[in-house]
Design a protein around this ligand. Structure first.
Ligand code: GDD
Length: 369
């Protein structure tokens, strides 16, 4: 069997106007990069001539393979079948319609083959990434989908991207339940991976043919999110579980901070006779310090932070905590004054918002790898 460095999977359904150009384009890019590539078109029995076109091209391209599927129609199902038939150990997925720039594939490949990443994702939401030509409705649907995806994978900005590369080992023995459009979510939720990297790219909407996204696709997506969440709670080694474990630990540390805060406020005021507002300041700062120590040693243990010095992490945590207090108080004030809510209820919203702020910013800045 010929040894390929990379398999590029191109899922197709009625792509007659694009297929020739995309195969030529990826082949040219990979040839120039010196990466020996299998191009695998996985087609769902298109009736517009796509299949005939690929067969014709196979005479010119000996590395061009075609799978025609007759059952279980679907983008995710097609890509998954491609995963299992791919001959190379590294696999790239790309749309046929030039929404994804073929010239970036060598960068994805290097990032897996040489930099040791298990998954490399083209992100529309990282700095430098963008979406061109999308109507507002499409943007809103995508933002909604990305929001749900980011609850499951807080460290990934674009978990629903269709442009990504993986090591084949990631999906080996993974119990995949492919459906809908978001195959990457399935890979991230069920696959075995340790290191993921995102690369920004500009998504260009198709110029030829139509998007096949339907309402049923959105329903499929919601079911898929639920399935991945349930799976993650049953299989503790998954990345989703690891991430949620951090959230629970962070919450537990936060609760311990409340005890430190209230205990010290009472102790300093009652036993040392310190004015209660001064006691409160000392109590707040002490709880920030104990929270920091616990989060550093426990919640985010093993996260090699970009801040290698402990005091840098502390300064960041301190700043985030003060902002968190302001968010809490701001929401308490606004909901009580302007929405007429009972202040204790307003405060619960404030605590929720401050918790989300504290976790996300600390997770993504203070202890960001
Ligand atoms: N085999 C197969 N079966 N291929 C399909 C099917 C299907 O049922 N539906 C779509 N495709 C192929 C198309 O031919 C194209 O190559 C690619 O999948 C993307 O199809 P589009 O219909 O153009 O997708 P999109 O632009 O709406 O969605 C893209 O962006 C999303 C991010 O918002 C895809 O890349 C999605 O995977 C991605 O999540």
């Amino acid at each position: 069997m010929e040894k390929y460095d990379l398999t590029i999977i191109i899922p197709t359904f009625n792509e007659r106007d694009n297929i020739e150009n995309i195969v030529e384009s990826v082949s040219g890019v990979m040839h120039d990069a010196g990466i020996i590539t299998e191009v695998l078109v996985v087609d769902d029995n298109s009736d517009d001539g796509t299949i005939e076109k690929v067969r014709e091209m196979q005479e010119k391209y000996s590395n061009l393979e075609l799978i025609v599927r007759y059952d279980d129609h679907g983008l995710s199902q097609s890509v998954t079948e491609g995963f299992y038939k791919a001959k190379a150990d590294i696999i790239q997925v790309i749309d046929a319609d030039f929404s994804h720039p073929p010239k970036m594939i060598p960068e994805f490949y290097t990032s897996v083959a040489q930099d040791g990443n298990d998954v490399v994702i083209g992100s529309r939401y990282l700095k430098g990434g963008d979406i061109e030509n999308w109507p507002l409705k499409r943007r809103l649907i995508s933002l909604g989908a990305t929001f749900f995806g980011r609850i499951l994978f807080p460290e990934i900005t674009d978990p629903v991207s269709g442009f990504f590369a993986i090591k084949r080992d990631v999906i080996k023995n993974a119990v995949m339940k492919p459906r809908g459009y978001k195959i990457l979510m399935e890979v991230l939720g069920k696959g075995h991976w340790y290191q993921a990297k995102e690369i920004p790219f500009v998504f260009k909407d198709r110029e030829e043919g139509d998007s096949k996204l339907k309402l049923s696709t959105i329903i499929d997506y919601i079911l898929q999110c639920i399935d991945i969440a349930v799976y993650s709670f049953k299989h503790h080694e998954t990345n989703v579980w690891q991430e949620w474990k951090k959230i629970f630990k962070f919450a537990a540390v936060g609760i311990s901070g409340i005890f430190v805060n209230v205990g010290l406020l009472y102790f300093l005021t009652e036993y040392f006779g310190i004015f209660y507002l001064i006691s409160s300041l000392i109590a707040i700062e002490t709880s920030i310090i104990t929270n920091f120590i616990l989060n550093d040693l426990w919640t985010f243990k093993g996260n090699e932070s970009r801040f290698s010095k402990k005091w840098h992490r502390f300064v960041s945590f301190q700043f985030v905590s003060v902002m968190g207090v302001l968010i809490n108080m701001g929401i308490l004030w606004a909901l009580t004054e302007f929405a007429g809510l009972y202040y204790v209820i307003s405060n619960l919203f404030g605590i929720g918002a401050a918790f989300a702020w504290n976790f996300l910013v600390n997770r993504n800045i203070t202890w960001k790898k």
